[in-house]
Design a protein around this ligand. Structure first.
Ligand code: NAD
Length: 368
């Protein structure tokens, strides 16, 4: 029996409700596959601000660093919203833990559960078979480069402007591209073996370096993977015109930010989307949605994005492919049987098939 230490960060809003279901599923799949989990719970986000005055207390960071993996639910809520730069904000917990754990890769899978195909705004024949993964570089590029706003010495421009200028810098180092490319090829080798590398190499120098480095990593270590280069403007169109053709999509920080939100919309159901942030040490797994304060404490939240983040933890931190496949199969079965939480029900869902958060977790655990 292998025992793994999992740091739990329930956070705020629906966080505690959905993370409980994540653990329920983890324990159920562990019992079947000879794995046990020791949980250490810590504070992050708004609840940490209330208890300790900061969104990421040192004790939380220590617990996360000591764990084999971190399972996060969500942070935030209106009671902590502030525009005062001197007051702590829940999101500082998220950004802080990603930085401190060196999580430079964000994985966002987009998969259609056929039972939920109607939730998409795209035609059924377009989304049939969609199963793709966006691999976004998370700690470099335009969002981290030098930026400035200033008044131009040459003075006002035409039309009475006062001569303000601003710039942001898009910079990548070779090693930053190499390590994210490696993550993408590794992910593809566990999937259908195809990587689309998205850039703007016809215009940007960083993209030309990106393309060279991605090809070098591919040719040296992953020649069996199919590698396709695509310009970002074309990718934005192809993602919604033929999404089923994509397997792994790797791209830099800003392109990934935009394309992953576009790709998430293909499914149409926010409560179903999980994500993983990986570096070279402890990784972090979380749903893509927020803390849903409007339904917190009502027991009606959809725990499936959290459950699917557990699936990713099994796959990427514990190398437990069979267990991960079992979790996905159990979720698919529950949906195929017609069970729904409030957010994914439709007009035709019978009332006795609409269940709350804990009951949905029970169903997945029972099917396991
Ligand atoms: P949200 O994702 O929390 O909610 C958007 C809508 O989707 C709401 O109507 C909510 O009820 C619903 N929803 C979300 N997850 C659901 C689930 N699992 N089951 C059923 N319904 C669900 O986004 P928001 O309302 O813009 O933000 C609320 C708070 O969450 C804010 O404080 C925001 O800063 C924070 N937030 C946190 C994260 C994170 O922790 N990673 C991400 C986004 C937003």
């Amino acid at each position: 029996m292998n025992t793994y230490n999992v740091c739990l960060l329930p956070g705020d809003g629906i966080g505690p409700e959905i993370i409980a279901e994540g653990c329920k599923v983890l324990d159920a799949v562990g019992a079947k596959h000879g794995m046990a989990f020791d949980y250490t719970e810590a504070l992050i986000g708004g609840c940490a601000i209330d208890a300790c005055g900061e969104a990421l207390p040192a004790a939380t960071l220590d617990a996360a660093k000591a764990a084999d993996a971190v399972l996060l639910a969500a942070v935030g809520g209106p009671q902590w919203d502030t525009t005062d730069p001197n007051r702590p904000r829940p999101e500082q917990g998220l950004l802080g833990i990603r930085k401190e754990l060196g999580l430079y890769t964000n994985l966002r899978p987009v998969q259609i559960f056929s039972a939920l195909a109607d939730a998409s705004t795209l035609k059924p024949q377009v989304i049939d078979g969609v199963d793709l993964m966006i691999v976004r570089e998370l700690t470099g590029g335009l969002y981290f480069g030098e930026r400035m706003r200033f008044y131009d010495e040459e003075g006002a421009g035409p039309g009475g402007s006062n001569g303000q200028r601003a710039f942001d810098t898009l910079e990548y180092r070779e090693y930053e591209i190499e390590r994210i490319a490696r993550k993408a090829f590794e992910a593809a080798s566990k999937r259908r073996g195809r990587v689309h590398s998205i850039d703007k190499a016809n215009v940007l120098e960083t993209s030309r370096l990106w393309r060279e480095v991605v090809h070098a990593v591919h040719d040296a270590d992953f020649p069996e993977i199919e590698l396709v280069d695509m310009l970002v403007d074309n990718a934005a169109m192809q993602l919604i015109s033929r999404p089923a053709d994509f397997d792994v999509v790797v791209t830099e920080n800003m392109f990934g930010d935009i394309l992953s939100d576009e790709a998430a919309q293909i499914t149409g159901s926010l409560g179903m989307l999980a994500s993983a942030s990986l570096g070279d040490g402890t990784a972090l797994y979380e749903p893509s949605h927020g803390s849903a304060p409007d339904i917190a404490g009502l027991g009606v939240a959809n725990p499936l994005a959290q459950v699917l983040s557990v699936e990713m933890m099994l796959r990427y931190s514990f190398d437990a492919e069979a267990a991960a496949d079992d979790v996905r199969r159990a979720v698919t079965t529950v949906l195929d049987e017609g069970w729904r939480t409030g957010d994914i029900k439709d007009v035709g869902t019978p009332a006795d098939k609409v269940v709350g958060c804990a009951a949905m977790g029970d169903l997945v655990a029972e099917r396991l």
